[in-house]
Design a protein around this ligand. Structure first.
Ligand SMILES: Cc1ncc(COP(=O)(O)O)c(C=O)c1O
Length: 402
C-alpha cells in the first residue's frame, strides 16, 4: 500500500463536478461585502459571517493600511519573544473591556484560539465536557488534550441537552477540575446555548465554563457583547472566546478571562508560544471594527431586521426554516442531492449560499445555511427570497406553487 493510495482513490469531487453540482472552492474575483462577483456574475452573498458588514468599511480598511505603513506586513516572531506590538496589547485591553473581563489574549486565528486555550488548561485527571455540536476547533483542542492526558478526560453531551449534561457530569469526581465548553451560538443551526442552566450545573458540580462566541459577538447581548451578556451572566462565565473573522471584519481570535488565567495561558499555550504573532493590519482592523460596533449600535439592529425579513419571507414561501434569533438562517432540506441541487439553482440565479451536509450537520438534517449582514439592503433580501421561490418551485420543494 502506498501512502497516497487514498488520495488517488478519492474521486468524489470529480463525480460531483461531472454533474455540475460541486459547491466548494469557487473563486470570488471582487467583493463589496453583500455583493460579490464570480466569473463576472454579480451574486448576492448570503453565506458570509461578515455580520456587521465591516470588512468593507472605509475606516476599517484605512486602519489596516495605516498599520501596514507603520509596522510592515508581518511580525516574523512569536508574541513571547520578538513579535509583540503595542497594537496587540491595545486590542487585548479593548476586547477584555468590551466583554467585561479582566484580561484577554489574542491568537492568529479563531481556530487556533480554541485549540490553544483548551490544551494548556487541561491536565491529567481533569475533564473537558463538550457539547456534541461544538465547532471543529473545539473538538480538535479537546482531542489534543485527550491525547496528552489520557483517555477518560473527554466527555461529550448531547447538543443543548441539559439532562444529559447533568447525568454525565454528575458521574465525574467532584474534586476533579472540569471545563464545560460550548458554542454560544452554534454555527450551523444558530441555536443559542442554554447558559443559565449550564451555570447552575457548573456551580453544582465544581466546573468552569468556556463559551465560544464566534457567532455571538456583535450579534447578541448588550451592544453585541455576546452570549454571557445576553443572559446577564458575564461574571459566571469563566472564559469568553471570540473570533475576528465574523463581526470584527478581520482574522484572528481571542479569549478573555481573569488576569491569572490569561497570564497562565500566555505562558503555556504552544499555539501562542510557537506561532508568529498576528500581522498588525489584522489587529488594527479588528480594533477599529470593535470601536465602530460600540459607536454604531444601529448596525446590530439592522442585522436583526434583515435576518427577520429573510426568515419570514422564506417561511411564508413554505420552506422549513429552523427557528432562531440570530442572523444564521438554516433552511432544512434533508438530503445531500436536493441540498446541492437547490444550492446550484440559487448559484445560477445569483445567490451565494452554503450547502451543509454530514458531518457538519447530522444525517437527515442537510441544509442550506444562510447568514445575513447589516449591509444587505431590502432589495438584496427581496431578491434572495424571490430566487428561493423560483428554485423551490422548479425543484418541487415547495408544497404549494406560490
Ligand atoms: C463557532 C466557531 N468557533 C471558532 C471558529 C474558528 O474561527 P476562525 O475561522 O476565525 O479561525 C469558527 C469559524 O468558523 C466558528 O464558527
Amino acid at each position: 500500500m502506498d501512502l497516497f493510495d487514498k488520495c488517488f482513490a478519492f474521486t468524489r469531487v470529480e463525480d460531483v463536478k461531472s454533474v455540475g453540482l460541486y459547491p466548494y472552492y469557487h473563486p470570488i474575483t471582487e467583493t463589496e461585502g453583500p455583493v460579490v462577483y464570480m466569473n463576472n456574475q454579480r451574486m448576492i452573498m448570503v453565506g458570509s459571517n461578515n455580520y456587521l458588514g465591516l470588512t468593507h468599511d472605509p475606516r476599517v480598511k484605512k486602519a489596516a493600511i495605516d498599520a501596514i505603513n507603520k509596522y510592515g506586513t508581518g511580525c516574523s516572531g512569536s508574541r513571547l519573544i520578538n513579535g509583540s506590538l503595542d497594537i496587540h496589547f491595545k486590542l487585548e485591553e479593548a476586547l477584555a473591556q468590551f466583554v467585561g473581563k479582566e484580561a484577554a489574549c489574542i491568537f492568529s486565528t479563531g481556530y487556533q484560539t480554541n485549540q490553544g486555550a483548551i490544551v494548556p488548561l487541561i491536565k491529567k485527571g481533569e475533564y473537558i465536557i463538550s457539547d456534541a455540536e461544538n465547532h471543529a476547533s473545539i473538538i480538535q483542542g479537546t482531542l489534543i488534550a485527550k491525547a496528552l492526558c489520557g483517555d477518560s478526560i473527554l466527555v461529550k453531551f448531547n447538543h443543548n441537552d441539559m439532562t444529559d449534561l447533568e447525568q454525565k457530569i454528575s458521574s465525574l469526581p467532584y474534586e476533579a477540575g472540569k471545563l464545560i465548553v460550548v458554542d454560544g451560538v452554534f454555527s450551523m443551526n444558530g441555536h443559542i446555548t442554554p447558559l443559565p442552566q449550564i451555570v447552575a450545573i457548573a456551580h453544582k458540580y465544581n466546573a468552569r465554563i468556556m463559551v465560544d462566541d464566534a457567532h455571538a459577538l456583535g450579534v447578541i447581548g448588550t451592544g453585541g457583547r455576546g452570549t454571557a451578556s445576553h443572559f446577564n451572566l458575564t461574571d459566571e462565565t469563566d472564559i469568553i472566546m471570540g473570533t475576528f473573522s465574523k463581526s470584527l471584519a478581520s482574522s484572528g481570535g481571542f479569549i478573555a478571562s481573569s488576569e491569572r488565567v490569561i497570564n497562565y495561558i500566555k505562558h503555556h499555550a504552544p499555539a501562542i508560544i510557537f506561532n508568529a504573532s498576528m500581522p498588525a493590519s489584522n489587529a488594527a482592523s479588528a480594533l477599529k471594527a470593535l470601536e465602530i460596533i460600540q459607536k454604531e449600535p444601529e448596525r446590530i439592529q439592522k442585522l436583526h431586521y434583515n435576518a427577520h425579513r429573510l426568515r419570514k419571507g422564506l417561511s411564508e414561501l413554505g420552506f422549513s426554516v429552523l427557528p432562531g434569533e440570530t442572523p444564521i438562517i438554516p433552511v432544512l432540506i434533508g438530503d445531500d442531492f436536493m441540498t446541492f441541487a437547490l444550492w446550484k439553482k440559487l448559484f445560477d440565479y445569483g445567490v451565494y449560499s452554503n450547502p451543509i451536509i454530514f458531518p457538519a450537520t447530522p444525517q437527515g438534517q442537510q441544509l442550506i445555511r444562510l447568514s445575513v449582514m447589516a449591509t444587505h439592503t431590502d432589495e438584496h433580501i427581496d431578491y434572495v427570497i424571490a430566487m428561493f421561490e423560483k428554485a423551490g418551485v422548479e425543484l418541487k420543494l415547495l408544497h404549494t406553487v406560490v
